[in-house]
Every structure is written in C-alpha cells, then in structure tokens.
Design a protein around this ligand. Structure first.
Ligand SMILES: [Zn+2]
Length: 237
C-alpha cells in the first residue's frame, strides 16, 4: 500500500506541474503581449510626434512663402502710393496695405507658434526615442526568456501527459478514481502529509492511534474532516 501512496504522490507532483504549465499557457502570452504593447505604444507615440513635426515644418514653409508674397505686394503698393492721383485710389491702396500688414503680422505669429510646436516635438521625440531604446534593452532578455518558455511549453505538456499515462497504469483504478475525485473536489492537493500531528490539508488534529496506523501504511486513510488522503512522509518524528 505504501507503494500506491508513493505513486499517488508522484502523480500529484505531475498534476501540479501540469496545472502550472496550463496556467503558463495563459499568463505567458499575456506577459509577452504586455511587453510588446508597451513598445508598440511608444512606437505609436513617436510616429504621431514625427507626423506632427512634419506637418508643422510643412506649414511653416507655406506661411513663409505667403509672407514673402505679401511683402512683395506690400512694397509694390507702397511704391504706388507715391504716384497716387485721387482720394479714392488712396483709400483703396491704404486698405490693401493695411490688410497685407495685418496678414503678415498674423502669419508671423503663427510661425512663432509653429516654432514652439517644432521645439516641443523635437524634445519629446528625443525623450521617447531614448525611452524606447531603454525599454527594448531592459525587456529584451525577459522577452527572449518568455518566448523560449512559450516555445517549449507544448512539448513540456506532452511529456507530462506521457509521464502521467505511464504512471497511472500502475495505480489501481479504484484508488485512481478516488484520487481524482478528491483532487477535483478540492481543486488542489488530494494527497497530504501529516504535519504537527494534523492533516496537512485542513490542519485538523489526527488521533495518535490513527497516526500509528497511517505510519504502517497498510491501507489508504482519508482525513475525516476534508477527505484528503493522508500519508506519513518521515519528515516528522
Ligand atoms: Zn483534512
């Protein structure tokens, strides 16, 4: 019977490992995605700022051309002022000159704003690029490890399945179904050691008489409180 208990313990270790591997199947892709998302978010922010910078520079060039044109027209109108003949002509010319001056002034204000945006974007881009490099550098090894772990996960699971199949061949069907029923019911350990004269699963005290019987290992004993299979592991006196 001691052999069966040892087999059950071995089975339980395999089942715990399989549970861990199954959980890895969920959390490894999540961790990989989190790291990748962090990098993608930075790349997106960089692309947005680069576009903003391009737009601002393009707009600046357009406005500079407009200012040049307005200045040329302004000087043309100012020359015409010298040869003006009527009040009507004068008023019309003054209106043109004023409107050009106003437009030049407005455009110069906009250029100042654009230069501010360009400086801001340039500074922001330099910060973001440094942060991206740092993030790539610090997560590189972690990401490689996670990917490596991910790529071996299926074969590890298959190995455990094979190990389990081989092991359960040697376990009595009734004992096996008892183990599986307890494990399913508890959602965890079905076989627990005795610790401090108590059940290692629910900590209920076990009478000394019963402990002696369990130590002999003649049959399978279960905890009358939680129903788990109790074993003696020699870790206690
Ligand atoms: Zn118990």
């Amino acid at each position: 019977m001691q052999d069966v208990l040892n087999l059950l313990l071995e089975l339980q270790i395999i089942d715990e490992d399989m549970g861990e591997l199954d959980r890895s199947k969920v959390y490894l892709p999540e961790m990989i995605a989190n790291i990748n998302n962090e990098i993608i978010a930075l790349e997106t922010e960089i692309a947005e700022n680069e576009q903003k910078l391009l737009d601002a520079r393009k707009r600046q060039k357009e406005i500079e051309i407009d200012i040049e044109t307005d200045k040329e027209e302004l000087s043309k109108y100012q020359k015409q002022m010298k040869v003006i003949k009527t009040n009507k002509e004068y008023d019309a010319l003054v209106a043109e000159i004023d409107s050009r001056k106003q437009r030049i002034s407005d455009n110069e204000d906009e250029i100042l704003k654009l230069m501010g945006i360009i400086d801001e974007c340039t500074e922001k881009l330099s910060e973001l690029k440094t942060k991206l490099d740092e993030t790539r550098e610090t997560t590189k090894t972690h990401l490689e490890n996670l990917n490596a772990e991910m790529s071996t996960l299926e074969s590890k699971i298959n190995n455990k399945i094979k190990q389990r199949d081989n092991l359960v061949k040697n376990i009595d069907r009734r004992v096996l179904s008892m183990y599986e029923r307890i494990r399913k019911g508890k959602g965890s350990m079905a076989v627990v050691p005795i610790r401090k004269r108590s059940c290692g699963g629910c900590y209920k005290q076990i009478p000394p008489q019963l402990i002696q019987e369990i130590r002999r290992g003649d049959k399978i004993y279960t905890c009358d409180s939680c129903g788990r299979i109790l074993i003696w592991t020699n870790e206690e006196e």
